[in-house]
Design a protein around this ligand. Sequence first.
Ligand code: GLV
Ligand code: MG
Length: 319
Amino acid sequence: MPEVPRSRRSCLAVPGSNPRFLEKAKSLDADQVFLDLEDAVAPIAKPDARKNIVAALNEGGWGEKIRVVRVNDWTTEWTYRDVIEVVEGAGANLDCIMLPKVQTAEQVVTLDTLLTQIEKVNGLEVGRIGIEAQIENALGLVNVDAIATASPRVETIIFGPADFMASINMKSLVVGEQPPGYDVGDAYHYILMRILMAARAYDKQAIDGPYLQIKDLEGYHRVAGRSAALGFDGKWVLHPDQVAAANEVFSPAQSDYDHAENILDAYEHYTSAAGGALGAVMLGDEMIDEASRKMALVVSAKGRSAGMQRTDVWQAPSD
Ligand code: GLV
Ligand code: MG
């Protein structure tokens, strides 16, 4: 797992059965692509989709994007071949395997074991390929802590709202929107928070799933804004138009980024011997202390990994 978490504001879904979409995805500004072998690919198209994905990964042209392949879940008959074909064929050009519908820690351990064997036999660095665990049903959510800690390869915990809604019998077909009849808050709040707590407790990234009304960008902003406000790191995008929206919603505002960097600089100065070895200090009209520094670190890390630049730099007083 990389030491500095990689930016995953926008995670673009690309069906592995469509070579044109695979090519197009290379030119989009998403932080991550995931090339799908699961629900976006019909059962009879899966063998060819594996080949398309291997070819697309080996051709290159993905820039700095995180390259992920979503395999089928372990309750199907496809998973082992998905993993073996993709990792043997393109393991060096792949960052993570996404495992959907994870229900138990053992399912993650099984994938870890298979990856390790393939890496050893093919001369790949053991443990480099990460795992992204999609939580898509009640059992997966109940076991989310064990899933997050089942392997050091786990990098992200992802909410899969469509399958999740089906699994709990939620009375709605519109992913991301509130079920009619529930008028006392956000019906997804518990699920999002539960995933976020596991992610934060075990140092993983928390990723929100798809918003299917691809023409409704305002709706995308609204729903993405909720998970971003809670602390999620990014969200799926299903269409090129959603990419810029996700990058914007999951980046700090420029003024917040500048403010965070200034808090860090001011705090470092004032807590040093040269700055008076103070604990709680004033930055403009605001009192900052160690807790402010921790909050600023979060915003600063998100801004830095999104490549933001400072536009307003705090200067230590000259005497
Ligand atoms: C994604 O896989 C979902 O089920 O929402
Ligand atoms: Mg799903």
